[in-house]
Every structure is written in C-alpha cells, then in structure tokens.
Design a protein around this ligand. Structure first.
Ligand code: ATP
Ligand code: MG
Length: 325
C-alpha cells in the first residue's frame, strides 16, 4: 500500500520543541521534599526522544530547539548527533541553562515532576536563518502537543507547517498532553488546527477523544477522518496499538511481553519508529510491528530514550520477544 506520508527522499523529518535532561529518583515515593538518591542526566524531551528514534532507525531526521552552553546541553546534542540527527538548527543559548525535569515515580505508577522548561534555554529559540534553511529542505514535520505550551516553539511550528506542506511534505501530530500541562484558549485553537492538518495522528488513550472533541473511540475515529486526518494510530500502552485507515481498515497490534523498568518515552519511540518506517515505504502492518517493538524495548531500559533501538536491535528484539495474547 502506498504511504500517505512524504517519502524519506523528500528530506528529513523535523521535530520542533523542548530539549531537556531528565534526572530520575531511584526510589519510589512522593516527590522531592527530602534529600534522596537520583540518577541522570539523561537526554530527554518528548520531541527529542521522538527524533532520536527516527535517526536510530535510519530515517533522515533533524531537530529544532535550544540548549544551554553547559554539560546538560552537550549530553543532548552529542546524543542526537550519535543517532544521526541533524543538529544544525539546535541553538546554544549563552545566558540560560539547558531545560530539566526531575521525575519520581509514586507507588501507584503516577509521577511527580519538578520542571525547569519555561525559564530555560529549552523555551528560548525562534525562527532563524539556520531554522529556515532546514525547513526549506525538510520532508515531514512532527509536532508534539507538549511543544505547544512553549511560545517560541509555537511560532516556529506555525511557519514550518505551511512551508513543509507547500513543498509536498507531510505532518504528524502526537497530542501528548500531560495532565500537568494546561492549554489556554489560543493554544487549544492551534491544537485543533494542527489536528485537522495532520496526515498522521498518534494519540494515546483518551487523547484520541480529546483531539476529536467527541466521546467514544469509534465516533472519534470517524470524526477525525471527516476533518481530514489521513491515518491514525492509537497507542494503548501494554494493551498494544491499533492502526485505523481512512477506508475503514483496521489493524490491531499486540504488545510485546517485557519487564517494564521505566515507562517514560514509550509513546515517543513508538511514534518515531512508526513514522520513520512509513516514510521508508513500509506497510502499516510492518510499521506497527517496528513501532510496538520500539515502544516496548524502550521501557526495558532506565532513561527516557536510552532504550531507543536501531533497525538491527529492533529486528533482534522482534525475533526474540513473545507478544501478549
Ligand atoms: P508516553 O508515556 O511516552 O507519553 P504514550 O502514552 O504516548 O507514552 P504508550 O501507549 O504508553 O504511549 O506506549 C506506546 C506503545 O509502546 C504501546 O502502544 C505499546 O506498543 C508499547 N508499550 C508501551 N508500554 C509497554 C509495556 N509495558 N509493554 C509492552 N509494550 C509497551
Ligand atoms: Mg504520549
């Protein structure tokens, strides 16, 4: 089946947004009110995790964002370079530190965060000549809902969508709306516009209904195709994932059986792998298999993107891992 996404040959997949380090509490409990053991820094930020997985799988990939002139920034840029990601449009802010997120898991699986994003380098970038040069030759734009809460990212995304689409490129959107991130009215409107312009939508759980603005899975899917989305892949955590095509076709993919060490980044690796496989010409079925493997493999390793796999690593993972019944 021909892909509804622009082929890899048109130019890199570009992701715009927050670049962070993550520092993880090694014990489970409530928040950060006492001194405690921590591990990190790990390269992070949902858009960065996504683009790392694209690069590792052998897709053309590039990132737009900013880091500080510090080791936390270098952890990120070194990592993305190693993954084959074009970092020419990542700027280095001379005055502000690299963004960070401290995370601690609670007993019930929920997370407490201490963020430094809005007042860090992560939120201080904008359109520049280097960004323009990249967007002018890019083939696909991927937008994370989380990036919409960063004003500088919003401005770049608005401009990039039009340029990429005008040259025959495509758009994917992961709503990725954490409950901690509240959207104001203007951001909510932008979000709706982006959803309607998306060729591929990658929601997780209840984000599907939120993006569609209607209740019920079947209703939401119907509505999204009606407003112009071309392909939808719904992520269901350990319950797997489902592909929906605009002609009413559907493929369910069972999750792989793994020991979960750190769930952060599963959805971003899943999305990066799915998109890259589709842009490289694979069928939805084959892309779903790689995406499910990428999500599952990533949760077996501590650190948000430490388990992102190469094509070879994912092939080995698929060959050696059972799937859930
Ligand atoms: P994130 O927390 O990164 O935002 P998400 O909610 O966007 O994640 P998930 O549905 O949690 O996305 O994970 C994406 C995919 O990764 C799932 O559809 C599944 O294929 C795989 N996956 C995630 N968690 C597990 C798990 N515990 N076991 C097996 N596979 C998993
Ligand atoms: Mg998600």
């Amino acid at each position: 089946m021909a892909s509804i996404l622009a082929p890899d040959g048109l130019g890199p997949t570009v992701c715009v947004g927050e670049i962070l380090v993550e520092i993880v509490a090694t014990t489970v409990g409530d928040g950060f009110l006492e001194a405690q053991p921590l591990v990190g820094p790990f390269a992070s930020g949902a858009p960065a995790i996504f683009i790392s997985q694209c690069g590792r799988l052998g897709g053309k990939a590039a990132m737009v964002g900013a880091v500080g002139d510090d080791d936390f920034g270098r952890v990120n840029t070194d990592r993305l370079k190693r993954d084959g990601v074009d970092v020419s449009a990542i700027s280095i802010d001379p005055d502000y530190p690299t963004g960070s997120a401290f995370v601690r898991y609670r007993k019930d699986g929920s997370r407490d965060f201490v963020y430094n994003i809005a007042t860090s380098a992560a939120a201080r970038f904008g359109w520049s000549e280097l960004v323009g040069n990249l967007i002018d030759r890019s083939g696909h734009l991927h937008v994370m809902g989380s990036a919409l809460s960063v004003p500088s990212a919003r401005a770049v995304i608005d401009r990039a969508v039009d340029i990429v689409k005008a040259r025959g490129g495509t758009l994917s959107v992961d709503p990725n709306l954490r409950k901690e991130l509240k959207l104001d009215e203007d951001t909510e409107r932008r979000f709706s516009r982006l959803v309607a312009a998306a060729d591929l939508l990658l929601p997780s759980g209840e984000e599907l209904e939120r993006a569609a603005g209607v209740e019920g899975e079947a209703e939401a899917i119907r509505r999204l195709f009606e407003i112009g989305v071309k392909e939808i892949v719904l992520k269901r955590g350990a319950d797997g994932a489902t592909y929906f095509g605009s002609q009413g076709d559907r493929i369910d993919a069972r999750a792989f059986v793994v020991q979960e060490v750190d769930p952060t980044g599963a959805g971003d690796c899943f999305g990066g792998a799915y998109l890259t496989c589709r842009r490289l010409g694979m069928s939805p079925q084959q892309a779903l298999t790689y995406a499910s493997a990428a999500g599952a493999r990533n949760v077996t390793v501590l650190g948000p993107m430490e388990g992102a796999g190469t094509r070879q690593e994912l092939d080995a993972f698929i060959a050696s891992t059972e799937r859930r019944p």
